[in-house]
Design a protein around this ligand. Structure first.
Ligand code: DOR
Ligand code: ZN
Length: 354
């Protein structure tokens, strides 16, 4: 039994965050940046962020929303690490220029139709090889949503099939390409990433560490547990917990915090996405304590991500404290786009950032 009730770690970063746009952005920007430092900002807006100019304009809208919300934007730890949405017409020169400027830190591959706002994504991987080759030349990472969209493939198998059909062939074809397999959900992905020699990392979300498909489906369907890649069976959740707490530098935090207004999730065709930003660190500390690996939390949340992205870790620290009473976090965050339900892991949380 661990007796630790305080833990001071370098400030974590989020290597996969959805901030949205417009009134939703204004409503969720504060809870999204409560504790984390830097964040890789996902580009799946409508229309998507497809060029360097789009990324710059989006970054400026986020900064404006942060200022309006009273968040400090000047300090280095609040850096917005922008991404470009890969399409079949992405221009390698544009990507290289946006990276050279220090604006864009990754390019995101969405297989067309795989998830929320992925219609402009890639159907024929051959068409993007020149962009990927340029990215390898300038060491710009590719973040992948690792699911095939083949209607014949069962939704629970789409990640494993993606590794065989797309990810592994692309990595073999484009020498030196640095890849982050985003929000891994299976022991297949954990095994593939663990076996890679270099240039491959993976993010893991708090919710995939805490819930399995029974939580989603048994006793009634829970729309706020529906996300993509979908939560899998228990065996996979256990593999993710092992990877996250192992100290292996290839695994790091990407929350995939993905707010949708409640009426769009509690619907006959509900949106995919879990809004976990307000309690990410409470969830993570709980998981790491349960796995008797609190000493590995800083590595997962604050060190492995910067190392992969070749950035220094944050100098600032945060302190987590274990309370006697359950942590109180809002059930919903109100936005002008409607209320957004916060991830409820279904179990009380005791660790809080103090
Ligand atoms: O559940 C998800 N929500 N998965 C994704 O890949 C996209 C995200 C979103 O943007 O809502
Ligand atoms: Zn995402």
């Amino acid at each position: 039994m661990s007796m630790i009730d305080h833990l001071t770690i370098r400030r974590p970063d989020d290597w996969h965050l959805h901030l949205r746009d417009g009134v939703m952005l204004e409503g969720i920007v504060s809870p999204s940046f409560q504790h984390i430092g830097r964040a890789i900002i996902m580009p799946n807006l409508v229309p998507p962020v497809v060029r360097g100019d789009d990324a710059r304009a989006y970054r400026d809208r986020i900064l404006k929303a942060m200022e309006k919300a009273g968040l400090e934007t000047s300090s280095a730890h609040r850096q917005l690490l922008m991404t470009i949405y890969l399409t079949e017409t992405t221009d390698p020169d544009d990507v290289e220029a946006a990276a050279a400027e220090g604006l864009v830190h990754a390019v995101k591959l969405y297989p067309a139709g795989a998830t929320t706002n992925s219609d402009s994504g890639v159907s024929r991987i051959d068409t993007v090889i020149p962009v990927l080759e340029r990215m390898a030349d300038v060491a710009l990472p590719l973040c992948v949503h690792g699911e095939v969209t083949d209607p014949e493939v069962d939704i629970f198998d789409r990640e494993a099939v993606f590794i065989d059909r797309v990810l592994d062939p692309v990595r073999r074809r484009v020498d030196g390409l640095r890849v982050v397999m985003e929000h891994v959900t299976t022991d297949d992905a954990v095994a593939y990433v663990s076996a890679a020699s270099s240039g491959l990392g993976a993010t893991i979300t708090p919710h995939h560490l805490m819930i399995n498909r029974n939580h989603l489906l048994v006793g009634g369907i829970k729309p706020h547990y529906y996300c993509l890649p979908i939560v899998k069976r228990e065996r996979h959740r256990l593999a993710l917990r092992k990877a996250a707490t192992s100290g292996d530098p290839r695994f790091f935090l990407g929350t995939d915090s993905a707010p949708h207004a409640d009426h769009t999730k509690e619907a006959p065709c509900g949106c995919a996405g879990v809004f976990n930003a307000p309690n990410t660190l409470s969830c993570l500390a709980q998981v790491f304590e349960e796995e008797q690996a609190l000493d590995k939390l800083e590595a997962f949340a604050s060190l492995h991500g910067p190392a992969f992205y070749r950035l220094p870790p944050n100098d600032e620290v945060i302190t987590l404290t274990k309370q006697h009473e359950p942590v109180r976090y809002p059930e919903k965050v109100d936005t002008e786009a409607g209320p957004v339900t916060v991830f409820d892991p279904g179990t009380p949380l005791y660790w809080n950032v103090t």
